[in-house]
Design a binder for this molecule. Structure first.
Ligand code: GTR
Length: 325
């Protein structure tokens, strides 16, 4: 009996060890958002698909909540191969991959549907392909909703109210120029520094979508939110080219497919989360300016386009995006 139990235990232990060891490849994934956020869940689901389809050989280990650093730093780490998978906004790529600017221009997308048509089509693929020239592999796009201004001072009801106000922007010159074109002052800062910077009055506010405004707690220190929806910045799932090159073509294909399949999952989660967060913000007592004339905001963006859409390549991409129905 004793021997049998011992044998059984040994077998269980062995199976356990084998299961733990069967992940031949563990991809370290980074995200600035907390557990349960749509981008985090989508990459975790992608990991489950990969593990299943590779018979347990490939696993994804998620480091959420900026555990591996702020986006600008994690991008560098991904280029170096320290981080394997990185889900980031396209914004911080602007200063590295010029072509990404076209998807981050203010009011470039007319609607979520327009953005989906563009990023899911040929233009989206062209932008993903650009990552290859920067030690990265562009896998798929996720939604980032519409971004609007919020601040600690007053309800913004027109462009004139922005005059002289200080806003944090993502680390990209496009967004610095965007705020300046509206008469404000822009401070590029990592996401993780926004809360305390508003709290201490270093900046008056920032801009983001409902779920980020909610999950970051920024609404606690900046309770005025104006739905001017100046940006719709897609998010992107990237992989380190160094990690990519270490895999077989079959495994690369598995990753490409699972990444692509994670996009509709993300979008469904996103839609629900956007509505939930908007409601949570209303319940928390945020003062929302929902009725705002966007035309003066749109009209003010001319200089941003002039300054950033300079090469023929970018001009052509912008025209192509605008032509998509
Ligand atoms: C969020 C986005 C993040 C990050 C953040 C920011 O909407 O999902 O990836 O870019 O905005 O403002 O830094």
């Amino acid at each position: 009996m004793k021997t049998l139990t011992a044998t059984l235990l040994a077998t269980v232990a062995l199976t356990g060890a084998a299961a733990a060891q069967s992940c031949e490849v563990t991809l370290r994934a980074s995200d600035t958002h907390p557990e349960g956020y749509p981008t985090v869940v989508a990459v975790e689901r992608m990991g489950e698909m990969l593990t299943e389809r590779s018979d347990g050989r490939i696993c994804v280990e998620m480091f959420h909540s900026a555990q591996l650093g702020e986006e600008k730093d994690t991008i560098e780490q991904t280029q170096l191969g320290v981080i394997d998978l990185n889900r980031v906004s396209l914004g911080p790529f602007n200063n590295i991959i010029e072509e990404t600017k076209v998807f981050t221009l203010p009011y470039i997308f007319r609607s979520t549907e327009h953005m989906h048509q563009v990023v899911d089509g040929e233009i989206g693929q062209q932008i993903l392909d650009e990552f290859q020239n920067h030690q990265l592999v562009g896998l798929t796009f996720y939604d980032g909703g519409s971004r609007s201004f919020y601040n600690s001072q007053k309800p913004i009801t027109s462009v004139d109210d922005i005059e002289g106000m200080k806003f944090r922007v993502m680390q990209s010159d496009v967004f610095v120029d965007m705020v300046e074109a509206l008469g404000g002052n822009a401070t590029p800062l990592p996401y993780g520094e926004v809360y305390s910077s508003i709290q201490t009055g270093v900046i008056d506010g920032a801009e983001n979508n409902w779920p980020s405004y909610d999950s970051s707690g920024h609404y606690e220190v900046a309770p005025y939110y104006t739905l001017d929806q100046h940006l719709m910045v897609p998010e992107v799932l990237t992989m380190s080219q160094a990690s990519w090159n270490s895999l077989s073509e079959e495994d690369q294909q598995l990753i490409r497919e699972a990444a692509r399949e994670s996009t509709p999952i993300m979008r469904e989660l996103w839609q629900a989360r956007e509505a939930e967060s908007e409601q949570a913000m209303r319940d928390a007592g945020v003062e929302i300016v929902a009725e705002i004339d966007k035309q003066p905001f749109i009209d003010a963006m001319g200089p941003v386009y002039e300054k950033h859409v300079t090469s023929e390549k970018l001009q052509d991409l912008v025209s192509q995006i605008q032509a998509v129905e």
